[in-house]
Design a protein around this ligand. Structure first.
Ligand code: PGA
Length: 249
């Protein structure tokens, strides 16, 4: 049994005033049994403040990290800095980063490695675009990108999470069918076991892309879906907690 993870990705949203949502999440989590992990990845400017406000049940993560721990990289942030600010996870290889900043899988792999070395759990994102799905290339793309993006794991690694995020479903309100999600998650599980052996069975595989309170129950019931990476619906505590509630049913 894989412990579920409900992760919010705030993307480039949130000023200090948004930290009020953390109070609401803390309060809601206190009422729920501790049967799923809960994480918010705010913009880097809010990581330290959020980590101070978050209860022990709410984890905080970054949305990106450089592959070096320090140095002459203006505007960048390292995994070590995120850990120092109170983060315990970091998203790597999100399709928006791959597109906006030309981050290739080899770089994503090195980011994941840097995250692990800093004691952070990387959330490695993979997903096909609309044309790849239309051409029947989804499985090939997912496996190829995973094999290039997954880091080696040492025995004391803090963990690893994979997020399946079809690009065409992100922020669009469109989602794959449950059968399509199930097929990709089963493939991701097979690749994880192939890459890491037994430990690959217990790594959470998240679905991301237009997950909302209204579709979360159906998606989270699909075999090998162990949680969600939620963008838009994570910005308001009420929606985010409605999804969390679904995960602990
Ligand atoms: P969305 O974003 O929930 O707004 O579609 C998900 C993501 O990109 O992580």
């Amino acid at each position: 049994m894989v412990r579920p993870l409900i992760a919010g990705n705030w993307k480039m949203n949130g000023l200090k005033s948004a930290l009020a949502e953390v109070e609401a999440v803390n309060t809601a989590l206190a009422d729920y049994p501790d049967k799923a992990d809960c994480l918010i990845c705010p913009p880097a400017t809010l990581v330290a403040a959020m980590a101070t406000k978050a209860s022990a049940r709410l984890k905080v993560g970054g949305q990106y990290c450089h592959n070096k721990s320090s140095g002459a990289h203006t505007g960048d942030i390292s995994a070590e800095m995120l850990a120092d600010a109170g983060a315990s996870y970091v998203i790597v290889g999100h399709s928006e980063r791959r597109d906006d900043h030309a981050e290739r899988s080899a770089f994503v792999k090195s980011q994941a490695k840097a995250a692990l070395q800093a004691g952070l759990i990387p959330i490695v994102c993979v997903g096909e675009d609309y044309q790849q799905r239309a051409k029947g290339e989804t499985a090939e793309v997912i496996e190829r990108v995973m094999r290039k993006s997954l880091p080696e794991l040492s025995e004391n690694a803090p963990g690893l999470v994979v997020a399946y995020e079809p690009k065409w479903a992100i922020g669009t309100g469109e989602i794959p069918t449950m059968a399509e999600i199930g097929e990709v998650h089963a493939l991701i599980r097979r690749v994880l076991i192939d890459a890491y052996g037994e430990v690959g069975r217990s790594m959470p595989i998240l679905y991301g892309g237009s997950m909302k309170p209204g579709n979360a129950a159906e998606i989270l019931a699909v075999p090998e879906v162990n949680g969600g990476l939620i963008g838009g619906a994570s910005l308001k505590a009420a929606d985010f907690m409605a999804i969390y509630e679904t995960a602990i049913q």
